[in-house]
Design a protein around this ligand. Structure first.
Ligand SMILES: CC(C)(COP(=O)(O)OP(=O)(O)OC[C@H]1O[C@@H](n2cnc3c(N)ncnc32)[C@H](O)[C@@H]1OP(=O)(O)O)[C@@H](O)C(=O)NCCC(=O)NCCS
Length: 180
């Protein structure tokens, strides 16, 4: 006997906005919300193959500014919200998931404990470069012009034009100091 699966609800038409000059690889995947949150991709931004943007795990929106590069295998889950400024580059494999499962109880599987309160989502200022495989956690706020080194795990605020790396990420330099 075969069981029929219920048809998945369709997202509303304003759940996803892509500027006409943005480019989305046919091999990238975007899963807009059926629960009212929004995904917006600004003018001139590019989403490369196997990048995934999924509305899930919270009530935040995903807003990507202009001329951003979201490279292959980046994963952005909306969670408590993701705000990305203009001219931001996410190197391959960057993971942005601003949501945490509640996990403290032992008598209930984590999957049934819901979520911890939001720490404000993830915010990335203009002209930021996030290196390959970096992970940005809920509450990460990356100031304008900052650089995040490959493999970093960012948990909080990174001041403008600083270079941060490591797990958890710490300051490892300042951008452009030698050139000033
Ligand atoms: C952060 C980064 C830009 C620095 O490069 P750089 O200017 O050549 O700097 P250096 O290699 O001289 O390293 C400077 C210091 O940072 C440390 N460092 C460099 N990369 C680091 C990393 N990923 N994590 C932790 N520390 C790092 C170095 O060990 C060095 O420390 P020290 O001064 O104590 O010896 C580079 O290491 C990086 O992570 N690039 C990302 C590459 C990438 O993702 N490319 C994809 C293109 S879209």
């Amino acid at each position: 006997m075969t069981r029929k699966l219920a048809a998945a609800p369709e997202p509303p038409s304003d759940a996803l906005t892509v500027a006409p000059s943005a480019w989305i690889s046919p091999d990238a995947r975007i899963f807009p919300s059926v629960r009212g949150t929004k995904i917006a991709i600004g003018a001139g931004s590019k989403l490369f193959e196997f990048a995934v943007i999924r509305a899930v795990g919270g009530s935040g929106d995903v807003v990507i500014g202009e001329r951003c590069m979201i490279n292959p295998h980046c994963v952005l889950y909306s969670g408590s919200g993701i705000e990305i400024g203009d001219d931001v580059a996410l190197a391959p494999g960057v993971q942005i998931v601003p949501a945490n499962h509640a996990y403290h109880r032992r008598d209930l599987p984590i999957a049934r404990q819901g979520f911890l309160p939001s720490k404000g989502g993830v915010k990335i200022g203009d002209d930021v470069w996030v290196g390959a495989n970096a992970v940005l956690l809920d509450g990460a706020e990356i100031g304008k012009g900052a650089v995040i080194a490959a493999g970093a795990v960012v948990t909080g605020k990174v001041p403008p034009y600083e270079i941060w790396g490591g797990v958890p990420a710490k300051k490892i330099g300042t951008r452009g100091e030698e050139a000033l």
